[in-house]
Design a protein around this ligand. Structure first.
Ligand SMILES: [Zn+2]
Ligand SMILES: [Zn+2]
Length: 264
């Protein structure tokens, strides 16, 4: 019951922040896209609903594995006997490191890219892009979370805290809002900021192949995949060959992993 309540609470927080950012996008937009915002959002919202359903239907597996690890003393944190204060810090860090690996592999493997290009084929990144991902990618990311839970023995409450932070930051990163560059530079010492993630959505592959981190910018700095501030006047979102309307419908996005388009 507690898990169900937590899921509802999480969902509510995400909806509230999404509404706030949607409003802010009209007031301080980074780009003035020429599109109908509602029409543009439709396939993204449909994919977001699929993500919610996939996550909810698999949430029992995280709960089960987290409980199983604790009961059976499996995982590095349990072995080390970490107190709860350390569990939250290292648990969130471990889950975020595994999210980094999951993301890099989505780019570096042929099959991963077939799925992940659904997210990158977006040519007008805004708050609705945050959860525009194929259900296959969602399952891939959950498998990496489950691996981290078992390897480190991460308790369920830490997983829930991580998912809340990850979801809220995903919305913030994608929001089409202008951010003061000094504030951004300060924040990105620790976090992946909106300006930092936007670079990852560039059409220029040298920029796409950087800034993979999820919550903490640390991983990109550590593994040499960090790109700093860039000139937003020359940033162009999307993927060549995917801008046509026929490749942006919900049906086309769901079929995308199984169609052999050329990567330009
Ligand atoms: Zn990516
Ligand atoms: Zn993104």
């Amino acid at each position: 019951m507690q898990v169900v309540l937590t899921d509802q609470g999480r969902l509510l927080m995400l909806i509230v922040l999404c509404g706030l950012l949607w409003a802010l996008e009209s007031i301080i937009p980074l780009y003035r896209f020429r599109y109908s915002r509602v029409r543009h959002a439709m396939p993204n919202i449909a994919l977001t609903l699929m993500l919610v359903i996939t996550n909810l239907s698999l949430s029992f597996s995280s709960a089960y594995l987290a409980g199983f690890s604790v009961t059976n003393g499996i995982g590095l944190f349990i072995f080390l006997g970490l107190p709860s204060g350390a569990q939250i810090v290292f648990g969130v860090l471990a889950l975020d490191l595994f999210a980094y690996f999951a993301h890099v592999l989505l780019h570096k493997s042929w099959l991963g890219w077939q799925f992940h290009r659904v997210h990158h084929s977006e040519n007008a990144v805004d708050v609705t892009t945050a959860f525009r991902q194929h259900p296959g990618e969602t399952i891939w990311r959950i498998l990496w979370q489950l691996t981290a839970i078992v390897m480190f023995g991460i308790p369920l409450w830490v997983v829930v805290v991580y998912l809340i932070l990850s979801g809220l930051n995903a919305e913030l990163e994608h929001a089409n809002i202008r951010l003061n560059s000094r504030v951004d530079r300060l924040l990105r010492l620790l976090l992946v900021t909106p300006n930092m993630h936007k670079v990852h959505h560039s059409r220029d592959q040298r920029e796409t192949d950087s800034n993979y981190s999820n919550i903490f910018s640390l991983w990109d700095r550590l593994f040499g995949t960090y790109t700093g501030a860039m000139d937003f006047r020359r940033l162009n979102y999307g993927l060549d060959g995917f801008d046509v309307k026929e490749r942006q419908t919900l049906g086309a996005l769901l079929k995308m992993p199984f169609v052999n388009y050329k990567r330009v």
